[in-house]
Design a protein around this ligand. Sequence first.
Ligand code: PEP
Length: 252
Amino acid sequence: MRRPMIAGNWKLNKTIAEACDLSTTLAQQLADVTAVDIIIAPVFTALSSVAATIKNSPVKLAGQNCYPVETGAFTGEVSPLMLKDAGCDYVIIGHSERRQLLDETDGFINQKMLKALEAGLKPILCVGETLQEREGNQILEVLTAQIKDGLVNLSADQMAEVVIAYEPVWAIGTGKTASDEQAQEAHSFIRGMLQGLFNQQVATQTRILYGGSVKPANVDGLMAMDDIDGALVGGASLKAEDFMRLVRFQAQ
Ligand code: PEP
């Protein structure tokens, strides 16, 4: 019922030429995929070149971030409209690296969500607890605040465009993956929250991706969980073979 999504977050990697090499391979070799949404998020400087290489393919483009203003005196920032203009359909918002390294707050993230939707982009909202928070039994508290505050003033209709990514911070880029059950538990909690904040339909229809060291060796188990609808992938999305295997996951 929920269409699976595999999204690659390329972070601060790849020149324009390298990005186009990878996107061209993916566009060609995943051309037959019809049942999975495939997303790649290169650096801003590569977006429009990559967009040209994936035209008429099932691979779609995402920005890794945006600023919640259309135009103006905001040196160094990129707006949702500009991402749209460069060929993006999606934008990653509130990635833990930005929350931690750049002090992004839930309120600021919420402004980005609203502006991205206004510009016609589908936001992928990232949430997840740190190791300290997990060890302090604060997981549900942290997820509650991130989801509730990140989705303030969004309507149930707008939620049809929103994807949520549960990414436990301790599992990102560390090689440590949450177990299938740990991830399922958090996803099910998030789905329950969506029911309370919006309604049953939003809870049932919203896609919740798992992120944190997803690789060919663990994707099938994760994708077999009831409430895991896809993956947001860093490291393994930089290698064509690995990413293509993730897109061709085999949930039992
Ligand atoms: C990410 O950057 O969102 C991520 C999950 O990275 P990795 O797959 O490398 O853990």
